[in-house]
Write a protein that binds this ligand. Structure first.
Ligand SMILES: Nc1ncnc2c1ncn2[C@@H]1O[C@H](COP(=O)(O)OP(=O)(O)OP(=O)(O)O)[C@@H](O)[C@H]1O
Ligand SMILES: O=P(O)(O)OC[C@H]1O[C@H](OP(=O)(O)OP(=O)(O)O)[C@H](O)[C@@H]1O
Length: 209
């Protein structure tokens, strides 16, 4: 039985391939630097490489059985799938950050720039605050520096980008890591193969922090 897996391209794939290899899956072709997107040589595991937000589109349409993607994407897009395993890689965290002169208690309605409007909205709703959301696609740190936004909600790992842009963390929100999610129908039809993969990955994923 073949399991079809969508991998989020970029950092997620780079950090997950060593785990998949350690779990006994031949990832040689995936590890080669190329523009290939579809890997079907192994009869047990087929892979597609997609942009992180598209992982759930493939999964929810049943085109793939399994998705491997950051919990930032799962939190932002909502869950229609089974989140079965925290792979404990791709670790980073959500933060609220801005220039050091930002006043979190400012009386005017805050303008918040982010790639994650739902997560940011939920955070401010929990604080009882109505904010203006500015959705951007990247280089989020630029928004408060240019005056386009009062602050940002983004992910940080090493803190280098914040530091190099002289931004300060005002709040830490939720932690992020790479998760394995499963399509509901696939879980019924391919239960044994899916649980075998999960058991193998459990044995090789990093320790809990
Ligand atoms: N320091 C980090 N910054 C951003 N994402 C990280 C970091 N560490 C781990 N991740 C995870 O990696 C995913 C993003 O990976 P990456 O930045 O390679 O993709 P991308 O943003 O689609 O790429 P690109 O910037 O080329 O468009 C996130 O969804 C998150 O789960
Ligand atoms: O704390 P650090 O280790 O510096 O990592 C954080 C940075 O990484 C991400 O951006 P990404 O590299 O995905 O680029 P982007 O601005 O194009 O989204 C994130 O949006 C931060 O800008």
């Amino acid at each position: 039985m073949t399991l079809t897996i969508a991998l989020a391209k970029g950092r997620t794939t780079a950090q997950v391939l060593p785990l998949l290899s350690a779990a006994g899956i031949d990832c040689t072709a995936l590890q080669e630097k190329s523009r290939r997107l579809l890997f079907t040589d192994d009869p047990d595991f087929h892979f597609v490489l997609v942009k992180a937000p598209d992982v759930l589109t493939y999964l929810n349409r049943g085109t793939v059985d399994i998705g491997i993607v950051g919990s930032d994407i799962l939190e932002e897009q909502g869950h229609q799938q089974f989140d079965l395993l925290d792979l404990r890689t791709g670790r980073c965290r959500f933060i609220l950050a801005s220039t050091p002169d930002f006043d979190p208690h400012q009386t005017s309605r805050k303008r918040i720039a982010t790639k994650y409007p739902h997560i940011a909205q939920r955070y401010f709703q929990d604080q009882g605050e109505d904010v203006e959301m500015i959705k951007i696609e990247g280089s989020v740190e630029l928004a408060p520096l240019t005056g386009m936004a009062d602050a940002i909600v983004d992910i940080t790992e090493t803190g280098t980008t914040l530091r190099e842009n002289h931004l300060k963390v005002f709040a830490t929100l939720t932690p992020v890591s790479t998760h394995l999610v499963v399509n509901r129908l696939a879980l019924k039809q391919k239960k044994t193969a899916i649980y075998q993969l999960i058991q193998a990955l459990k044995r090789v994923r990093p320790q809990e922090v």
